[in-house]
Design a protein around this ligand. Structure first.
Ligand code: MN
Ligand code: MN
Length: 466
């Protein structure tokens, strides 16, 4: 028995923009496909906790898929698969399309670096017969979240003889972990009265790495000496080698399902490995694309995209220029005709902190891939503001493929803000739109995303590369 719809109900359907929850719009099979996809994503997160490990993972996958290292000057034809490894920390890959490069490319750009604690160049010292490492945090962290929690040490140490040692301690069962100590509440009256941003000082993020003195008592700093002896035995390094090292402390926790319904994933590094993984998977599955398909995994986004592996530098421009010249095409034409999805996470609306969001423009968990016309901060500073025409093109494309999307702003205008790599790609005259996954507890050691949003974002990249 169906009742006739009122005029208001008909108009509501016709005129109102009403985003929907994927949990209601997706079938049981589609939800299962999303959950299955996320099992592989969780394995990727556990295997790739630093920018170097992410690039290593990606290159191994690319090689298995038949990608070969890019050679400038070489002629490439449709279907050829290439990659460029930038110092083991950033990556560009491309599948040559059927159309000429002159008609542009379809590019996604995510970042591989995450907030963490880095070791200082001269980290090791002894105090009170305990051995510690000095750290310098990397990116935007809330310092109190990094104390009294198990941390794993990842990275590389270059020895004076030109060889190097890869370090990865704290991930395998039975591995030791490390931690930054915090004050007991009993004696923290003064600390507890400080604003949260000042309660833990950067110089107090000291990592406890040992307590047992070397037996011989004729030298000084015997606990420190004992640690150096162990490091020398395991890695063949001496104290001076720390100055030529990149050692990163990351949470020693594995990705886990969160919630009775297992609908969420808690893990370190969703920002931005959720976008790196979803764009990468869509990219390697794209066979014989019309337009050349390209993918960037960039480093140093969290600290401003500088250094030789960040996107505010030249490696991407050089790669595209070399690729264009190899094909006998004017590089400028390739940039100007290309279209880019800048893949990065956004803030999901947290019911505990709704006041930091404009609820009319906030991203909701389980409402699909997020588009952001602009990011930046109050007054639209420091952002790529995508044109209405390009937003129309992408939303039409997603609608055509049945991908569920939502348009969002990061948060309340005057409270802060954040940027992405979009500005550096737009600076090359590439139409660029921010796209990504909503996250709760962003930049914390245990960030949260929804499995359905993650899968929908992968579907968005699939549609884009098609
Ligand atoms: Mn990010
Ligand atoms: Mn970030």
């Amino acid at each position: 028995m169906s009742e006739e719809k009122t005029l208001a109900q008909k108009l509501e359907e016709k005129l109102l923009y009403k985003p929907k929850n994927l949990g209601q719009t997706r079938s049981e099979e589609e939800i299962k496909a999303a959950f299955d996809f996320c099992e592989n994503y969780k394995a990727f997160l556990d295997a790739s906790k630093t920018e170097r490990e992410t690039v290593t993972y990606a290159i191994n996958r690319l090689k298995a898929e038949g990608f070969a290292e890019f050679e400038a000057g070489k002629k490439y034809s449709a279907g050829d698969k290439i990659y460029y490894n930038n110092r083991g920390k950033a990556l560009i890959a491309a599948v040559i399309g059927k159309k000429s490069l002159e008609e542009g490319t379809r590019l996604t750009a995510a970042h591989t670096d995450c907030p963490r604690l880095d070791l200082k160049p001269r980290p090791l010292y002894e105090d009170t017969e305990l051995a510690l490492f000095k750290t310098h945090y990397y990116g935007g962290i809330k310092k109190y979240q990094w104390t009294a929690t198990p941390l794993a040490l990842h990275g590389v140490i270059c020895r004076q003889d030109g060889t190097s040692a890869i370090v990865n301690i704290g991930e395998d069962a039975g591995d030791p972990v490390f931690c930054v100590t915090d004050l007991l509440p009993h004696l923290a009256k003064e600390q507890a009265a400080l604003p949260i941003g000042k309660a833990i000082k950067g110089e107090n993020l000291n990592l406890l790495v040992g307590s047992l003195p070397f037996k011989d008592d004729k030298a000084s700093n015997l606990v420190k000496l004992n640690i150096l002896k162990l490091l020398n035995e395991k890695y063949g390094v001496v104290e001076a080698d720390f100055v030529r090292a990149e050692l990163e402390l990351v949470p020693a926790v594995k990705a886990a399902d969160v919630g009775f319904d297992r609908s969420l994933i808690g893990a370190y590094g969703h920002d931005d490995r959720s976008c790196a993984y979803t764009s990468f998977m869509a990219f390697i599955e794209c066979k014989e694309p019309e337009y050349t398909a390209a993918l960037i995994l960039a480093d140093k986004e969290e600290t401003g995209s500088n250094s030789s592996t960040g996107l505010d530098t030249s490696f991407f421009r050089y790669f595209y220029e070399d690729l264009a010249l190899s094909a006998g095409v004017n590089p400028r034409a390739v940039f100007s005709k290309s279209k880019c999805l800048s893949a990065d996470v956004t803030a999901g609306l947290d019911p505990t902190y709704p006041e930091v969001h404009d609820k009319h423009n906030a991203a909701l968990l389980n409402y699909g891939v997020c588009l952001a016309k602009y990011t930046g901060s109050g007054g639209k500073y420091s952002t790529n503001d995508a044109s209405a025409e390009f937003v129309a093109e992408i939303t039409n494309l997603l609608d055509g493929e049945g991908v569920q999307w939502q348009m969002d702003e990061l948060g309340v205008i005057d409270l802060g803000g954040g940027g992405t790599v979009a500005i550096y790609l737009a600076a090359l005259d590439i139409d660029t739109l921010d796209i990504g996954i909503p996250v709760l507890s962003m930049h914390s050691p245990f960030e949260l995303v929804s499995k359905l949003d993650t899968y929908e974002t992968y579907r968005a990249f699939k549609a884009f590369y098609k």
